[in-house]
Design a protein around this ligand. Sequence first.
Ligand SMILES: O=C(O)CCC(=O)C(=O)O
Length: 293
Amino acid sequence: MVDFMTDQDVRKYKEDGYVVLDGLLSSQECDELRQRMTEIVDQMDVPEHCRTTFSTYHDEQLKSQGSADYFITSGDKIRFFFEKGVFDDKGDFLVPKQRSLNKVGHALHAHEPLYKKVTHSAKVQGIAKKLGLVDPVILQSMYIFKQPGIGGEVTAHQDATFLYTEPLGRVMGMWIALEDATVNNGCLWFIPGSHNSGISRRMVRTPKGTGPLTDFVGREQTYDEEKFVAAPVKKGGVVLIHGEVVHKSAENTSEDSRHVYTFHIMEAFGSRWSPENWLQPTEELPFPPLYTK
Ligand SMILES: O=C(O)CCC(=O)C(=O)O
């Protein structure tokens, strides 16, 4: 069988820190994943912290503590993260709920059979093998909506800021377009070659107690806007994202959505997953190996 990922793709990935591969999924597979997400959203329970009214400073603190908890314990669950301004102060939707979400995360790969199937598909395993990964494990997964009109920007970052390993260079994102991702609806932009300069900051868990649950160490860097190159992708295509490559996406001011399913893998062989990362394997969900049937 001809490799889905060619030698030239591997070279491009190593040189630039990312590569776009067309045709990972068929159009029908994309539609099935989207349809399943519509059902999940139809049935979702709106998280309590979104429903809390904030009339006093104390309530506001509780609400923000609630959302921090909701995030940091989401690694082994399916949870809902919303765009800004989609709830009124009683926690009722101001927009149709199918149009309210920023993302759903972080364990679709474990709990949702269709998503699990795609994550472990022969093509995905073939990509990991082609890149020489010995023991890749799945760290997390997300469905990102980039809603028409309100889908917010994702500022320039490196994924290893959030998913830190020693040594670096062990994490890769697979970002699958379930609809065409274009410069108009918020495709990814990269600084080619930026994966070779380490990382500028890390997000770490803070010691248990009061206050924020995570903090940043290091500096948020500013990047030369001119250096970013757009990476539009056709429905069904995948972008491989090196853990240290600088990337971002613009807000979606168009009338089209830009749904993607994305997950991150780590070469577990010879790597140390930082215990300070927000995301930790749990008893319910240790990081599952990618190479399974
Ligand atoms: O989907 C997006 O707009 C951004 C995703 C991203 O930057 C990431 O998954 O690291």
